[in-house]
Design a protein around this ligand. Structure first.
Ligand SMILES: [Zn+2]
Length: 880
């Protein structure tokens, strides 16, 4: 814990490391009361460093130093300085070997950074700065070394001992102990180091690479989870093949391992050859995981695997470059998911997250560029901006270059920088060099924060057959940045004629046949485009596929929205037109009297969606989801959440009443026959069925209730079981709700991942998740303050999804969250800092709410010994 004000670290202060480490030799002695770490580093001065007389400075955190030796000679106290967070040795030769022995206590490590114990097993999390909690080391990604790791532990308690690379030696020791030695031939930064020791079962498979090498694939899980590995293993093999086919990337070690851990701050971690996963992001079976979980697991397994090249072989020079690996890898995993399922649905899901949560971040106090210029605590920068907006930036390069030149660019990037720690600028330069395109203005996407706004206006000259489109670009101010320069924006569009047919887009000067979709490149504050040969006033289909992460302002009429919903050949924009219509209808109702009319055209549009079986059912399933409360808040100037919640519920209920018979028919029609499958068609069927069920229970329909109870009892998969449970939990059938929750818990009480879903479905519900219910969940025997998943499933779901309850006008939700953040700040500051997020958006809300949110933040700020993680978030939120 700190008493002084945390320091800000600036990108502009970057200097190359004064010392390099060629090899790291580690020996871990693992015991129940602690672990002794012997580290021997081969160090030399960096010839590229200007600081030829710099002392050796190694980072450390919470370490007990037992001894230091230089070239085999023990150093005495006067030869070095142990400052706790740094070990400093003033005088060292050009090249030397340094041996350090430290003692750590993994069993007491509640921060879950470095080496810690979870359910009786040892495991590590070193990104971003966890390795310094294991031993003294230059803990920065541009120091890349070859690691050799020997692990010693009790054989019976810890039969499985794992680290990065290939296992090269193993044997018995005295006192029932044993050891395994691992060697990783690829130089890597210490954040990719991993160690696991435990009593785990092994699942094996193999993969033959494109050059014919056989790779040994292994998953390690607790014995009770042995049957939940197949999906992740299959996903891994699909990812390996896809990365060969699409990016030409072959796996490089002989073994690839995945370990599942229950207590984990993140989703998963791409340690070289030894990926460590949060159990909830890797374990799945038909009975215990929803379709959403199956898809998420496939995506995360792919993401971590793809890091082997985009992150591990080519890594980040410093943490300001985090998006170099994350933005690119999220783009790669989204391409992969699109190829495995429905590209339109995948795009809708990505954009929904981006527009709801990343746009909110970009408009809030923590707004930062994709490549930030400063930070206090790097853990706070694992953000939607770095990941999701970073991926959009790479996607725009892909759009501007086209798939072939993009591939040439990525090949050049991997070849040029293999084994190096580089910057986002190196990535862009490789794309430029391979394509011959100038991306200098495009680089502003990495430097400027904030979501660009495109204001679009149009006019049609009937006499000349000319349609003129004017697009003006502005970028709002963000903390520390104003008067921004126009960015280079790819803007995809089409025009539809009055018969719904796409029109050829002939710009002045076009000779050849014109396409019906074009990508316009916006580089200036204002652009005007003239399309010729347009027979009658067209309906514009703007920003197709969401070709850039921007907001578009255009005065849509409801007729135009309905027209696009029916005719747009771009599935994404078809969905978006429906969302826009629903938003428009809901927004009109906010604060209006309870008998205000709801546009009958919305009902008819939804009736068509539910009844027209000729439409793409996966798209229909998405189109039937009303815009979320979080998205409506994001669109509001001064949000009154309970009013938004009521307006949205009124529209839902109105639709459900009007379409009651169609919903029952849709439910009956979508029933599954045959074996459970996770295909886009089957997922769409279950989604439609569960949406219909949810709507019927919203209006307390007795037939719906009977269907839900039957589905809950007969379901052979978690998607249907959870769909029925959620519908009952969100209904007014209180006795059924209680019964359903109790039965569900009794059935799954021994499965932590399912219990997390059980917590979450209640905490996210405005019926079952009032504050008093949440307080009950926190004292439930299955709740565990040491387990981040449980914390997220109760506190995170309440504050992030149960918005009407969280934003209770009496401020109780805010005070509750502040109390939980303060409580967690001592044990797990990373998780505490992430939980603060809903409060940081206080400026978005109506004054009655924002003032209370501010007080809650002040309450956290005044906590004694606040961690650096929470300090940064709270201070930035309150500033200005
Ligand atoms: Zn990642």
């Amino acid at each position: 814990m700190r008493t002084s004000q945390p320091q800000t670290i600036y990108l502009s202060d970057y200097k190359v490391p004064a010392y390099l480490v060629d090899t790291v030799d580690l020996r871990f002695e693992l015991f129940e009361d602690g672990a002794r770490v012997h580290s021997t580093l081969a160090i030399r001065r960096n010839p590229d460093s200007q600081e030829s007389a710099a002392p050796l400075e190694l980072d450390g955190d919470s370490l007990v130093l037992e001894s230091v030796a230089l070239d085999g000679t023990a150093l005495s106290d006067g030869d070095y300085e142990n400052r706790g967070e740094q070990l400093v040795i003033r005088s060292v030769p050009e090249r030397f070997s340094l041996s350090v022995v430290t003692w750590i206590e993994p069993q007491n490590n509640t921060r879950l950074e470095g080496l810690y114990k979870s359910s009786g097993m040892f495991c590590t999390q070193c990104e971003a700065e966890g390795f310094r909690c294991i031993t003294f080391f230059p803990d920065r990604p541009d120091v890349m070394a070859r690691f050799r790791t020997r692990i010693e532990a009790d054989r019976e308690a810890y039969p499985v001992l794992l680290s990065n690379g290939n296992d090269v030696d193993r044997g018995e020791l005295d006192d029932g102990r044993h050891f395994v030695t691992w060697e990783d031939p690829f130089p890597k930064p210490c954040y990719l180091f991993a160690l696991v020791a435990g009593d785990l079962v092994e699942k094996r498979d193999t993969f033959t690479t494109c050059s014919g090498r056989d790779i040994d694939l292994r998953m390690y899980v607790e014995p009770r989870n042995a049957e939940k590995c197949d999906h992740a293993m299959d996903s891994l093999k699909r990812s390996m093949r896809w990365d060969e086919d699409v990016y030409g990337r072959e796996y490089d070690l002989d073994i690839f391992m995945i370990v599942a851990v229950d207590d984990f701050n993140m989703g998963a971690m791409e340690n070289k050859g030894l990926n460590i996963f949060n159990s909830s992001c890797v374990l799945a079976s038909q009975e215990t995981a929803t379709d959403l979980a199956f898809q998420r697991i496939e995506a995360i397994v792919a993401h971590e695997y793809f890091h082997n090249w985009s992150g591990n072989r080519v890594t980040c020079r410093d943490w300001f470059q985090l998006s170099l690996k994350e933005g690119f890898t999220v783009f790669r995993d989204s391409q992969f998911s699109a190829d495995m399922g429905s590209p339109t649905v995948k795009r809708i899901e990505d954009v929904t997250l981006l527009r709801t949560a990343q746009f909110a971040e970009d408009g809030g106090p923590m707004a930062h560029p994709v490549r930030p210029a400063s930070y206090m605590e790097i853990s706070n920068f694992y953000t939607l901006t770095i990941y999701e907006k970073g991926a959009e930036v790479v996607r725009m390069i892909h759009t501007l270059l086209g798939p072939d030149l993009f591939r040439k660019g990525s090949d050049l990037y991997f070849q040029r920088h293999d084994g190096q720690a580089v910057t986002t600028d190196d990535f862009v330069r490789a794309m430029e060099d391979a394509s011959g395109r100038d991306l200098s203005q495009f680089r502003l996407w990495y430097e400027q924060a904030g979501t660009p706004v495109l204001t679009v206006s149009d006019e049609f000259d009937e006499g000349r057959g000319v349609y003129r489109l004017t697009i003006e670009q502005t970028i709002p101010d963000t903390p520390g940045q104003s008067n921004k320069k126009p960015q280079h924006i790819p803007f995809a569009l089409g025009l539809l004629g009055s018969d719904g047919q796409p029109l050829p887009l002939r710009l002045s000067g076009d000779e050849t046949e014109a396409p019906t979709e074009r990508v316009l490149e916006l580089t200036e504050g204002v652009h005007t485009f003239e399309f010729h040969g347009i027979p009658s006033e067209p309906v514009p289909s703007l920003l197709r596929h969401f070709s850039a992460p921007v907001r578009v302002r255009y005065p849509w009429t409801r007729e135009q929205m309905l027209f696009l919903m029916n005719h747009d050949p771009d599935g994404f924009n078809r969905w978006d037109a429906g969302q826009r219509l629903a938003v428009d209808v809901i927004q009109r109702l906010i604060g209006s009297p309870d008998d205000a009319a709801i546009d009958p055209r919305l009902v008819e549009a939804y009736r068509k969606l539910i009844t027209d079986t000729g439409l793409d059912q996966a798209l229909v399933a998405k189109m039937l989801q009303l815009p979320s409360e979080a998205y409506l808040i994001e669109l509001a100037e001064s949000a009154d959440v309970p009013a938004i919640h009521r307006a949205r519920e009124r529209v839902l209920e109105h639709l459900a009443v009007a379409l009651r018979d169609e919903l029952v028919a849709c439910y009956q029609r979508q029933h599954d026959s045959g074996a459970y499958e996770v295909t886009p068609e089957a997922i769409a069927r279950r989604s439609l069925r569960n949406t219909a069920l949810g709507w019927l229970l919203m209006i307390n329909d007795d037939e719906g209730r009977a269907l839900a109870v039957r589905q809950l009892n007969e379901a052979d998969n978690m998607t249907d079981r959870m769909g029925a449970l959620r519908a009952l939990v969100n209904s007014d059938y209180e006795a059924d709700r209680r019964q359903a929750l109790d039965d569900f818990y009794d059935r799954f009480r021994d499965d932590p991942q399912v219990v997390e879903q059980w917590f979450s479905v209640q905490a996210a519900s405005d019926r079952a998740g009032q504050l008093s219910d949440i307080e009950q969940l926190l004292v439930h025997p299955a709740f565990d303050w040491k387990n981040p998943n449980k914390i997220r499933s109760v506190i995170g779901s309440f504050a992030g999804q149960n918005l009407a309850a969280f934003h209770n006008p009496d401020g109780s939700g805010y005070r509750f969250l502040a109390d939980q953040v303060c409580r967690l700040d001592d044990s797990n500051p990373q998780i505490a800092a992430r939980l603060v997020t809903p409060l940081t958006r206080w400026r978005k809300f109506a004054p009655a709410y924002s003032s209370q949110m501010q007080s809650a933040l002040e309450r956290i700020r005044d906590k004694e010994g606040l961690s650096r993680d929470v300090y940064e978030v709270v201070h930035k939120s309150l500033a200005g």
